[in-house]
Design a binder for this molecule. Structure first.
Ligand code: ZN
Length: 423
């Protein structure tokens, strides 16, 4: 049965892992990465189908690693998928070098993982003596957790899944699938938006984890302020003229930076094939960001205008959504709590333990809130998901990695505190 006959969704859940299991899982991942690498090294520039690679590399993987037989097979299949995506990148004129396995992640299927939703547990095959270990799922309340609709469903079955270690925690991305019967259900509305959060330390952060730092701008503004202060103290007519010139230069400088940020945001939308860009509503933004010295409402409105006309020239729409709770809501599990936002930059969910840059978390929420509202709106834009660096998220349904997302996966978080958008 071909892949097209299934709908696929991913439900993410954190795992509660004991220290002894932690070591076991880490070692299993280490073996897995080695197994995938062996398979890729053998097959690269030679073959790319799952069965060919399995035939070519299976024995080597089994001999060189302590992976179970099924995981050795899956490692060969993983290599096949990654080589295929390299081939298709090359066919699209992009560069693709031989994959290397560095991300702390491992694939599971129905033979290596069993889900016990009623107990909120999962068993995972480990390396070595090929036994299994039993781990608890850390799930949000039934009200906020989108995961339950898959667990409680007769239509959805769990399928290939991935275990990830990131930010000090273990996460299981559980793949679900169901047979496609109502094909039209999803073909009409599969557009993508980019979420953008506006802020103090970062002028803007996108849901694809691009950060536009305010550092340079704030620094320059302080310099301008100092120069203006000196001129004001003098109070002469010449000084007054000079003061006006400085203010003019300052405005030009701010506009220049805002253009750069706007270009970067639109670029990001195009890179991830987005149909729209979503900001929080600008009304009242000054009250929401009281710490902002440079953030006159003017600057944000100007940024919005720049993005709007640059995006519309590219056929990308720009819209806004209500910013209520976007800064304190967990983009992963939906839990809303003041304590989630421990500092201006840090977000840590009290419910599921998700840790992230607060502005990045907010950017995802801006998109999420917009899409939920969109579903009830009469003037629909046909969008149903938002872009991350590593895949897309559909509210209530979860995460779908990009087809060749294996290399972006581990980078789905702020990778650099400063962004350098090209001019
Ligand atoms: Zn959470």
């Amino acid at each position: 049965m071909s892949d097209d006959e299934y709908h696929r969704r991913t439900a993410i859940t954190r795992l509660a892992v004991s220290p002894s299991d932690e070591k076991l899982l880490r070692d299993t991942i280490k073996q897995w990465k080695q197994g995938c690498q062996i398979a890729v090294d053998k097959a690269w520039e030679r073959c790319h189908s799952k069965s060919d690679i399995q035939q070519l590399a299976y024995d080597d993987v089994r001999e060189a690693t302590s992976l179970s037989s099924q995981h050795a097979i899956l490692a060969c299949h993983q290599a096949a998928e990654n080589i295929k995506s390299c081939i298709s990148r090359r066919q699209n004129g992009k560069k693709a070098s031989k994959p290397t396995y560095t991300s702390p992640t491992i694939t599971y299927d129905s033979r290596t993982m069993t889900l016990f939703p009623e107990k909120e547990e999962v068993t995972l095959t480990t390396h070595g003596d090929h036994s299994r270990t039993r781990v608890s799922l850390v799930l949000p309340d039934e009200e906020t957790g989108y995961q339950y609709q898959y667990f409680d469903s007769d239509e959805w079955e769990s399928t290939e899944s991935t275990l990830h270690y990131r930010d000090g925690g273990w996460y299981l991305h559980i793949g679900f699938r169901k047979l496609t019967q109502d094909a039209e259900e999803e073909t009409t509305e599969n557009g993508t938006v980019l979420g953008v959060d506006l802020g103090v330390n970062e002028i803007a952060v996108t849901s694809t984890a691009r950060f536009f730092s305010a550092g340079e701008l704030s620094h320059k503004r302080r310099e301008f302020k100092r120069v203006r202060g000196n001129l004001e103290d003098r109070g002469t007519r010449n000084a007054h003229r000079a003061l006006q010139a400085v203010s003019g230069r300052e405005n030009e400088y701010v506009k220049h930076i805002l253009h750069r940020v706007a270009n970067g945001i639109v670029e990001e939308a195009l890179r991830y094939d987005c149909d729209g860009i979503v900001f929080e509503e600008l009304d009242g933004i000054r009250e929401r960001l009281p710490k902002a010295d440079w953030h006159s409402e003017w600057a944000f409105h100007r940024l919005y205008e720049y993005v709007e006309y640059k995006a519309e020239a590219e056929g990308v729409f720009v819209d806004t959504t209500n910013p209520k709770n976007t800064s304190i809501r967990c983009a992963e599990c939906g839990s809303i709590h003041r304590k989630n936002r421990s500092t201006r930059e840090r977000f840590e969910c009290q419910n599921c333990g998700n840790r992230n840059h607060a502005d990045y978390n907010a950017a995802k929420n801006v998109a999420d809130v917009y899409l939920r509202r969109e579903q009830q709106s009469s003037r629909r834009r046909g969008v149903s998901q938002y872009a991350l660096k590593s895949g897309t998220v559909t509210p209530n349904r979860g995460y779908t990695p990009y087809p060749d997302g294996f290399e972006a996966e581990s980078a789905d978080k702020p990778h650099s505190p400063r962004a350098n958008p090209p001019g």
